[in-house]
Design a protein around this ligand. Sequence first.
Ligand code: GLN
Ligand code: ZN
Length: 516
Amino acid sequence: SVAEHAALLKSLPVDGLHIDLVRAPEQLDAFADYDKVLSAGVIDGRNIWRANLNKVLETVEPLQAKLGDRLWISSSCSLLHTPFDLSVEEKLKANKPDLYSWLAFTLQKTQELRVLKAALNEGRDSVAEELAASQAAADSRANSSEIHRADVAKRLADLPANADQRKSPFADRIKAQQAWLNLPLLPTTNIGSFPQTTEIRQARAAFKKGELSAADYEAAMKKEIALVVEEQEKLDLDVLVHGEAERNDMVEYFGELLSGFAFTQYGWVQSYGSRCVKPPIIFGDVSRPEAMTVAWSTYAQSLTKRPMKGMLTGPVTILQWSFVRNDIPRSTVCKQIALALNDEVLDLEKAGIKVIQIDEPAIREGLPLKRADWDAYLNWAGESFRLSSTGCEDSTQIHTHMCYSEFNDILPAIAAMDADVITIETSRSDMELLTAFSEFKYPNDIGPGVYDIHSPRVPTEAEVEHLLRKAIEVVPVERLWVNPDCGLKTRGWKETLEQLQVMMNVTHKLRAELAK
Ligand code: GLN
Ligand code: ZN
């Protein structure tokens, strides 16, 4: 909403204004007396849902009566954020015809505008068929049993007030964790992924095409996991990861295994620069039909005596990087995802995986533009993370990971997530981010990244030592972990092993020094 700036905007020497009436329909009032062209953004440009055109007409018909020729209609914002054409999604159309009928991509959105225009200029009767189809889709969506599930709603409604709290405070938990983990000072770990090599991607493509059997694919991925475990042992890392070879993408992987999600074949949108993503569609109530990662993690654990870290993508990140249903609040969708992930956390724990990382790189980017809206968002985002990570024993260690973000102004919210360990990307900023954590007196364990994973360049020991010494200056050494900035999936094996070796050499050197 730009309602608070309405006086200024109305005084601008322009011939017209466009306002977003999807995100902020309430701002219309502030522009009711505007005397130039008013472009009403009534078709959602940020999402893939088909509009209920009858409902839109209820807003724009009175506007037309008032503004006449001065009324324009448009999408709420640029259509950059939506995929181009729904009609090429043949699989969706065949497998999920209802869902298909509820969607509109860019081309379909422009057609919706055409129907609205005809309804306004020539009367609703002139497009009766189109309006009826739009109404039918809206009705079927509102009542679909594929979307609305009583068990999911009940589970959320019945949550006890303390469902998002661990059993004990961090000070007690960390003792229970250290008792069995028995880690050295400056424990070392990885953020999750190891190189996603061409062979891994080829195996996955062949599996998807049916050229590789499920058993052969599983065997190929297990071989990769075994290699990742072996290399980490050779390097003497303390808390190991399985390497995430089996994951196409950190959100898509989970979306494919959760119910309430659907996928497109060609629904690409720009992420940044020339990078594009194909976000999942969260269309219905979310639940987890069966374990998603337990078999891979327990296989990895079976190969080593060292602790194996389970690896999940967090609820806020899954939400942020998907197209989300617009018929219930985002916070509700997020909590549903959180509970589904919590099922996985508890299954991992039961299977003996007692260090579990829940990645939340998208927490910061979900922050609303307006400060007044920050607290509400941070409250439900934090609650969702905690809901996903509670219910386990004090001795189970929950990690989270965030990539590089401006954390300074949201540190209380990060601390309120109450992860036992947070790993963050800090190397390129020369540990500058860490100063904020230290000034805030961030209470739990922290693993600041000690080298940049975006580059194949192998850092010198002096560089890594410089960063680690800086970290030791600002974080109590007993709270400090050592790890790369982020996952290693975009790296090659050669530099990965060399980079990790440098990290380990420096860690061993500083440990020896601290022991004195
Ligand atoms: N666990 C993920 C990985 O290692 C984290 C990626 C991310 O932070 N974006 O690839
Ligand atoms: Zn990261």
